[in-house]
Design a protein around this ligand. Structure first.
Ligand SMILES: Nc1nc2c(ncn2[C@@H]2O[C@H](COP(=O)(O)OP(=O)(O)O)[C@@H](O)[C@H]2O)c(=O)[nH]1
Ligand SMILES: [Mg+2]
Length: 200
């Protein structure tokens, strides 16, 4: 039928979170576009989408690549409230980025109230072994505490990056009751939704 657009039955929004320069944009770009960006614009929040196969059915993943800027905190909180799954990143070469994930997880728990927080904990830049500051065992221990999947990856590897998103889909399907749609916010929320609406 002309004009009829078939959308996959499943539609998930996944938010990529973590400190500045841990590789959020690289991860989203590698997943959605199949390439590793050597340089990324640090201040642009982007939305990527890709259809993948989950349990032999197509699922549309909408990926929100967040930015660290303070003035966007309210929008980030909104995404945490209204999304289906999360990829929480730190860099294994940046101890401070690892320290930052615990308060982030606590904030996510507060913002989502009683709702599940389907997430995957990911240590990036595992290819830079000489610069490593966070041990694999530290990431694994934190994931055990949070009862979530844990992966160490390099975003240069498409295979590893794909695995992150397969894992997050599994978490969403395991933790979120089917048929409970999160309320949607528009993709161009920055322009159309005045920030004042979310204060308080
Ligand atoms: N060697 C290496 N570099 C990475 C990796 N992930 C990201 N980068 C680089 O780290 C820098 C910051 O990445 P970016 O995606 O912009 O970080 P963001 O601020 O979290 O979005 C960029 O120069 C990336 O090319 C990785 O796994 N290994
Ligand atoms: Mg970025």
């Amino acid at each position: 039928m002309e004009g009829l657009v078939l959308r996959p039955a499943k539609d998930y929004r996944v938010v990529v979170l973590g400190s500045v320069a841990v590789g959020k944009t690289a991860l989203a770009t590698q997943f959605a576009c199949g390439r590793f960006p050597e340089r990324c614009e640090p201040s642009v929040e982007e939305l990527f989408s890709k259809v993948i196969e989950v349990n032999r059915a197509p699922a549309l993943l909408e990926i929100v690549d967040t930015v660290g800027a303070e003035h966007l905190v309210t929008l980030k909180d909104l995404y945490i409230r209204n999304s289906d799954g999360f990829v929480v990143l730190y860099s294994v070469c940046d101890e401070a980025s690892f320290q930052a994930v615990r308060p982030l997880r606590e904030r996510m728990g507060r913002l989502r109230g009683s709702r599940a927080v389907p997430l995957v904990l990911v240590g990036t830049k595992a290819d830079l072994d000489a610069e490593r500051q966070v041990l694999t065992a530290q990431g694994r221990a934190l994931a055990r505490e949070w009862r979530c999947p844990f992966l160490e990856i390099t975003t240069k590897s498409k295979t590893m990056v794909d695995r992150v998103f397969t894992q997050v889909v599994r978490e969403m399907e395991a933790l979120a009751p089917p048929g409970q749609e999160a309320p949607r916010i528009p993709a161009n929320a920055l322009e159309t939704w005045p920030a004042e609406r979310f204060i308080g």
